[in-house]
Structures are given as C-alpha cells and as structure tokens.
Design a protein. Sequence first.
Lengths: 320, 320, 299, 299
Amino acid sequence: MILDFERPIKDFEERIAELRRLAGPSAELRGEISRLEEALDAARRRIYSNLSPYQRVQVARHPERPNFRAYRDALADDFYELSGDRFFGDDPAVRGGLARIGDHNVVLIGHDKGTDVNSRVRGNFGMAHPEGYRKVKRFYDLAARFRLPVVVLVDTPGAFAGRGAEERGQAWAISADLMALARIPVPVISAIIGEGCSGGALAMCATDYIGMLENSYLSVIAPEACASIIFRDPGRAAEAAEALKLTAADMKGRGIVDEIIPEPLGGAHNDPDSTIKAVGNSLNRVLDGLSDTDPETLREVRYERYRRIGAHASENGQAG
Amino acid sequence: MILDFERPIKDFEERIAELRRLAGPSAELRGEISRLEEALDAARRRIYSNLSPYQRVQVARHPERPNFRAYRDALADDFYELSGDRFFGDDPAVRGGLARIGDHNVVLIGHDKGTDVNSRVRGNFGMAHPEGYRKVKRFYDLAARFRLPVVVLVDTPGAFAGRGAEERGQAWAISADLMALARIPVPVISAIIGEGCSGGALAMCATDYIGMLENSYLSVIAPEACASIIFRDPGRAAEAAEALKLTAADMKGRGIVDEIIPEPLGGAHNDPDSTIKAVGNSLNRVLDGLSDTDPETLREVRYERYRRIGAHASENGQAG
Amino acid sequence: MAARGARGALRGREGWRIGIRNWLSKRREYSRSAPETESGVGPMDSVFTKCEQCGQPIYEKDLRARFNVCPNCEFHYPLSAPERIRLLTDTGSFQERDGGIFAEDLLGFEDYRQRLEKARAKTGLDDAILSGTGAIGGRQVALAALDFRFIGGSMGSVVGERVARTIEFAGTEELPLIIVSASGGARMFEGVYSLMQMAKTSVALSRYVEGSWPYVSVLTDPTFGGVTASFATAADVVLAEPGARIGFTGARVIEQTTKERLPESFQTAEFQREHGMVDRIVHRLSLKGDLERLLGFLP
Amino acid sequence: MAARGARGALRGREGWRIGIRNWLSKRREYSRSAPETESGVGPMDSVFTKCEQCGQPIYEKDLRARFNVCPNCEFHYPLSAPERIRLLTDTGSFQERDGGIFAEDLLGFEDYRQRLEKARAKTGLDDAILSGTGAIGGRQVALAALDFRFIGGSMGSVVGERVARTIEFAGTEELPLIIVSASGGARMFEGVYSLMQMAKTSVALSRYVEGSWPYVSVLTDPTFGGVTASFATAADVVLAEPGARIGFTGARVIEQTTKERLPESFQTAEFQREHGMVDRIVHRLSLKGDLERLLGFLP
Ligand SMILES: [Zn+2]
Ligand SMILES: [Zn+2]
C-alpha cells in the first residue's frame, strides 16, 4: 500500500528502475541514474522531514508497519504467552506473557493488530474488550507478585466501542488498569509503536517511561472523530490532527513522553528491522536503568509524574 | 405445607380444634381436650426428638422456614444492600451489604431463597452463579478494607449447575472466595440456617465460627445426588443422608461447627421469631467475643482450624 | 413516545464522541426547564414549562424545590454543581476549596477560549467542577461535583486537578470522599492534557484507597468516557440516579460503528446495575439520606 | 463418530456428581489400553489395543513410550501419578514425601474400606495422590500428582492433607509448586471431611502465595468439583492437557438438570481457554519442556 504523499517517491523509484533496464554500459545514462538517485534521496528527506501530523497518523496506521508480533519475535529471546481474564474470556486484541528481553525477565504486553486479514479481524484491529483490559490487569498483578518489570508495546485505535464491551463494563475495566498501574511496585515502561489512542491506550501507557516512535501518535481521540465532533466534518481530520498536537515531537516537547525513537527514512515500514532494533535498544537501556530502583521510589516518581501534568494556571499565575 | 412425619401432629391439632367447637361449658370434654393437648405435646416431643437425618433435611428445606430476608429484617437495625460483581452482573441468589447488628457495623451476606414463587425463581432457589460468588468476593474485600466483621447466613442447595455458570468459571469463582476467606483480616462468622450443601456453601462458611440451627444440615453433596451415585437409586436418599453424617449434632460432635442453635419444638417454621432471636443472640455473642482479636491471631487460628480437619491417620497411628 | 422523545434527547447527551456543541445545544433544552440557581442561569421568563419526558406542565418553583426532578414523572433533569452541593450538604457547611484554577489553552485549539469564557459567564464557575468540604448529616466529607453545563462537564486539566486535590485533601485529612459525576468525558480542546487527567486522578485515588476511608461515587446523567474510565468507577460504592446514561462510548457512536440498533434501556443506570457495575439506583431526593446511612456504617 | 464415542466415555468421567462406580468402570476401559507402570497396574495380556478415539490399533509399548498419548490421533489417555512424575521430573530426582498417611473410615460409609483396599492393591498407592520433591530441568520443585485410578482421583482427607503438606513444604523451602490434577471431585465416602479439604488446601495456598514463588497448576482429564473449586484453579499459571474435561459440575448432570443439550466442546480444555480460565493447552509430551521454560522466567 502506498500513501498519497509517498507517490512522488514511488514514481522516482520506478523511473530509476526503468532507466536501469535501458542503461546497459552507456556512461551518460548511468550518470542520469545517479543524479536521479540523489534527487530521490533529497525528495525522501524533504517529504519525510515535513510530514504533517495527519500524514504521520497515516504512517502510524500503515498496514505494513511492524506490529506487536514483529517486536515480540525479534526482541524476546523467549516468549511464554499467557491468556485469559479468569472471568469471562480471552481477548486476542491484547496479548502478553513472560519474556526474556536482553538480560531481563519481564512481563511483555501489547496490542495485537495482526498481520493478515484473519489475524487483524481476530485481534479486532487492536481494539480491546473488557476481557482484554482485565487480562492486562492480571498481567500487572503477576508482575507485581513476581517482581518482574513490565514492558508494554502500545498500538491501538482505542478501546472497542460495542454493545458487549459496554455490557461488560469497558469503563470499569480500563479504570481498574489505571489503578493497578498507579501502584504496581515494579518498573513499568512502554513504547508507542503505532497508534496511541484514547483511554484504551492510556490503560497501557501511563508508565514510568514512555518511548514513542517518530511517526506514532498519542491522542485523546482519533482525528476523524474529533473533526466530526468539533468541526462537524470528518473531512477536516487533518486540521483536527494538527489541532490535537498528537505527534511524538509534541509529546516530547510537552514532557508527556520521555523519548522519540527515530524511524528510518520513509517510516518504520520501509525498514522494520532497524526500527525494531531501535525500539529494542531503548527498552533495554531503560530496563537497565530502572532495574535497581526500589518499589517506593518507583511509585513516588510515578505519582509525581502524572500528578503534575495539566494545562491550567492558578489565579496567582503559577501553574497549579 | 405439611411434612409426612408432621401428619399425626396435624391430626391431633385438628381433633382438638373440633372438640373445642363441640365442647362449650361441658367439663368432661374440657378434660378430654387437655388430655389430648398433653398427648399432642408428647407426640411433638417424641417425633421431633427422633427426627431422622433425612427428616431434618426436609425441615431444613421447609418452604416456610425463616430465610435470609427474615433474619435480615429482624436482626439488622439497618441494612444497606450493595450489588454487582463489577465484571458481568448481579446475582440475586446471594445478597449482601452493610448492616448494623447489635452494637456492630458488619458486612452481612446470605443466600436468598426468596419468600414466594417470584422471589424464589429470581433467587434461583439460593443457587448462585459465578457472579454471585464474585459479588461475595467483593464484599469480603470491602470488609477487609474497612475492617468490618463479616456475618454470613448460609442456606443453599449448592452452587448452580448450569451452562452459563460453567462458561463463566463457577469453580474459579468459588476457589477465589475460599482464598479470600482464608486471609481476610477481620472476624468472619457464619450461621447455617437451612441448607449448607457442597462447595457453594463452603465458599461462605469456611469461617472463624460456625453456628448451625438444630435442623439445618451441612454436606458435601445432596442426599438425593449421593444416593443416585453411590447406591444408584435416588430413592435411597434417606440412607445417604444417614451415611453422610450431615446433621448439626454430627457436625458439632466432629468439631466441624462450634455451636448448635436449638430450634423450637416442631422446627424453625413453627416459631420463626424465637428461632431468629436465638440466631441473633448467638451472632451477637460471637461478634462481641471476636471484636478485639487482632488480624494476625484471627488468620492464625483460622489457619489451624481448617488445616487440622481430616479423616486420616499416619502409619505410626497418630492422626496426620 | 415521550420516552422515545426523551431518549432522542438523551442520545444527544451521550459521551464525548458525540460532542460538545451537541451537549450545549441540548443543554439549552434544559435551561428552558431548568430552575434559576446561584450558579448563574438567568431568571426564568416563563412561570411554568413542559416536561420533556411526560409532557405535563411543571411550575418552575416546583421543579426548583425538587432539585430538577419532575413532580409528575420523577424524570431527573441535570443538576448544576452548586445545586448538587446544596442538595447534599448540611446547610451552610460547604466550603469551596481550590477555586481560582483556570484552564490554559496550551494547544491554541480553535475557539476554546471563547467556549471557556461563555461557560464561565453562563455558570459562574471557574470550570466544570465545584469542590471543597462540607458536612453530610454532621459527618465531615471532602466532595466534588461536576457540572454538565460547563462544556458538557468534560474533564480538562482543571477538573482533573481539582478532583486530584480533593482526593489528596480527603486522604491527608482522613475524610470520606464523595464525587458526583456528570460528564461527556474528556475535553478534546486540551488534547493529551485532557487524556492525562485520567492518569492523574487515578494515581491520586490509588494512594487514597491505601487508607481506610470510603470513597462513594455518584453517577448522574450523563457520565461517559474518560470520567467513567477513571475515578468515577474506581469507588468502594457506586450509586447512580434513575435513568442516568452511563458508559464508556455513547450509544449513538456504537450504533454508527456497529450498525446495531440498541435497546431503549442501553447504558441506563438500571442497565448498569443489572450488569453488576453499580450498587444502587438512588432517587435524587433520597441521595443525601442514602449517603448519611452509608457513611454511618463506614470509618 | 469416534469423537462422540470418546465423548460418551468422557461424559462418564465427569465430576463427582456422576459418581465413583462410574469412573471405576470407565477406568477399566483404560486399563486395557493403559501401559504397565510402577504404580501397580498388572502386565498387559494383549500386545496391542484399539484406540477408543481414532479406532486405530496401538502397540502397548508405543503407548507406554508416549505416556498414554495415542501415536495416531494424539488422544491423551489418563496417566497414573507415578507415570506423571516420571514424565515431569529429571530422572532419579523425585523423592516422595508424606507417604504412609491413610484414609480412615470415620463415617463408616458402606463399603468405603473395601474400595480403599481395592484401590490400594490396584495402584500400589496409599491414596489418590503421589507427592514429594523433584527436579524439573535442574530446578528443584515441590510437586503433587493426583491419580484418577484411585477412586476417581477424588479428594478425601489424604489427598487434602498431602496437597496441604506439599504446599507448606514448598513455602518453607521456598520452592516453586506444581500440582497436576485428575479428579472427579470430592470423596463422598468421607462426607464433610472431604468437603473441608477444599478449605484446608485453600488456607495453605493463601499462605504460600504471600511468598513470591510460583504455583503452576496442570489440569488433566478429568478435573471437576471440589478440586477445581479449590487449589487447582487458584494458581498463578493454569495449564491444561488437550481435550481434558474441566469444570465444576459434569456435563451429564447439567444436561439432566437443565434439560439442555450441551455442545461437544463443552468443558474441554480448549473451551476453558476460550473462556479465559486456562492460560495454555499443552501437549503431554511438551509439558516438561513448558514447565522448564515457565520456571525459567520466575523466581
Ligand atoms: Zn415529567
Ligand atoms: Zn487414537
């Protein structure tokens, strides 16, 4: 799949390929080719260094973007998946289990958007039901009991909006995760690898450290939904994305996340391996750094971190 | 409703009533009447002091036997019912909430067999689903959090045997209650007021103190089910009841329960008020006695109590 | 019929996804029937109004006297935060805390400032919340009430901050905590700051519940989104007003996305009680009495 | 067809309500196809047997070599406790503990003594459990395995006592705890003593989990009643063998009481995983490897 703004690059690539076929030994053609290659490279840089927020959202949603499964398979030396909420069911939209990442035994959790039509449908495109959030709660408790750090890979368009989800207490399940996250006595770190949308994402990323891939986004609401509500026009999603300040740069700039993990030129889907490696390095570095922190300090710092965030000022002008 | 073995008593009563109508001033008839009344009294004593185990089971199941609602209304100065398991539903087969009993604020829980056809059906005849046991778990946790003693009134033919109950983890829900009961840091006391059958009863009566009404029963299985399994003949339920040693006297004698609460002649349904009063006195006495015990002692004693019970011997002859 | 009509109106009030303009427009329907309050709604021009639920005429003063509950059909109309606190606290016992905290438009979101000014003017409140301490039947409590008239009761930084401060105050002063919610959810105009208020209120609450004082949450019409998915449901006891719509995503959005027609009762307080999410449905005029009883049992 | 036949057989092995005679008679079907073990089953008279699941002939030695898993259709036949321990523990590492505890017939229940003697003779076990310590991939663990051949693996006082002692030993020695269940449920012949073993094992477990060593429960065919409703499900990780029937009340009793026909898959390990009750389905021949992996992650 090719995003609109990727089109000129694709054209370049095709022309170069074509010339190669014609070229043969001819010297000036080879010169032409290398000139084009420089132009292509320049175009790539120009386009990708100037992606609009909404274009980044599209990159974050790119079907070929590496997802939970790719990270799990590449970063975990071993992964022993666990399942079930012990109340109602097992939700394939979120997966988790015991994993070895670098020198660390951890509880690894993530939204599973799947890799093909079947697995995408089965994973409900990464939109979890209450069973999913309750399974995650079980994983938080397991990590607390065995003093294992928690690593979360966030990639969701949001908690699922459906009848069953409401009947079984979607809001209650998310709230329980946030309460558990707040008091968990081990390091909890997350990386937003694609979409980080709404409470469904927050229930899994209100953590001690948040890394964010360059083209991923974090938002209280999907740009399309925001546009149709505020502007009464879904077509103005790009404006909404702009207004919501949802890019990694915005988040880092506002002190919401701790790190922007750079993506290869052209986005993660153009070079999954290097992207996954970059995320892996970040996770390992952070795990190493936090592994000796005592539970009380972790909770204290976590408390201060989230207690602080807000866009408000007191009468006397100082931030609330 | 009149149980078979109550028939002769009923006949007596009818004859006396009849004579009264005829009697008028006549002296010798009044003599006859008082003789019959003595005989009636004797018959009552004879029959009720020699009830077979299965007859007691029938008394325990008597539809007019005072149930949770009657105790709640008579013993609780105020009862603020709470509901819901926060996962799936609210099970009317078990009810609970905050109550004031004597000088004690407590969490009051009980099986609700209902009082008429509608409420009996609604309460599923006191057979709870997983939602019910999970609601009870919530009450246990609430009591622990607020350091309120727990009072349980047990009256169930067992956990419900049904498709939905199995689909939602009946066994898991009961197990979670037993685990919670074991570590709850407040006094937990129970009174078996009718049927105490199978794990569905144990999940609510593995407590620090168990009072048992004279004609109530406690059993691993219903006599009818036991008969059809062991004797391959449900008709031999009376034998099974005999063999299971399920009466209050057996339980007291074997040190399983702490107290037999006597019932009025003719069984609780012949004089609900005095029965309820007797149970109330027992509960109050026990609450007074336990109210100052510290959590660790409570758990320690509870541990020893249930750790000890067993019908086994070691090679060297001493009890295991 | 009346029910469906009301349902139609209710639908419009469900959840942040449906949106703030919507709520505001709906709100005006109430302001017609809503009584004059200290909280800044202008005086009524008409002496009586027509109940949107039962269609019967109601005298403004009767509605006012019954805290916006229809004398005829008992329909519960939204209640402003000041009126809510007047309903719940012993006369003269309420003392506001944490006033003078104002939202900043850090995102520079299209007409957020104007909306804030309008809402402040209309309600006389700093934001969609009123919080402080008061007595309920003589028992001192920390309490907060959200106000749906203020940008749909949406949780922005001020709501999050004042909820957190109320929780912290309850913890340090060892007071019971009571929060009455009425909210469409997150306040989109504050973007991620709004989202993060869910985390803020949750960390505060997770520390409070390490103590042994009770937290009672009261859910009123409507309570959705980020509020339901954080502090409003993480309570020891959850009460709800009759007919209140409560959930995470609003029914209209669910119908749009899943193309499924949802039953009338969907997401009502009664529905949530059936599904084990709410402890009790409490009539507004019994709420103070219920809280007094409840607190009487608890530390 | 084969499936239904097997289901019929499985039905007979479901839960204490269906009963012990039943299990015993069913058990004989296995003893035909069950291999000779240290645990006292007599030598096979036939060289091969017919798989009740797939109908194919199986050589006894092949079945034995695969711990009673059909080489053709992978159907998992019951496995005796001694064989289970041979399957899971490093060779020669197992040391039995708490042997020499015997059931007392305190209720004087009709032919309980005879049943006990028969079962002891048949299995060479004291009761329906074998417990002790052993190494799994070099990791020292406390473990117990129930034996279905012994009065349907029913939990009487000896099973309860040995499970409790194993849990306590694991706690004091700071060892991981592994319990493999195969049980129809409570042992009716012991009446209330049997019921109370649920409380006994639960108090022991509730103390163990205050420590930070893992408890892994393995559910095999069948696991029902008092065992499922106490220690077998209260584990950090719950594994189950393919096709194992697991539940509280057996399907046959449910069909009798509710008059509802239940699906083939009802109460299978796969069904329980679908419903969120079980973490993983693990093939018997992978079980040791899975436990090694799992313990490798945990304290
Ligand atoms: Zn009306
Ligand atoms: Zn086979």
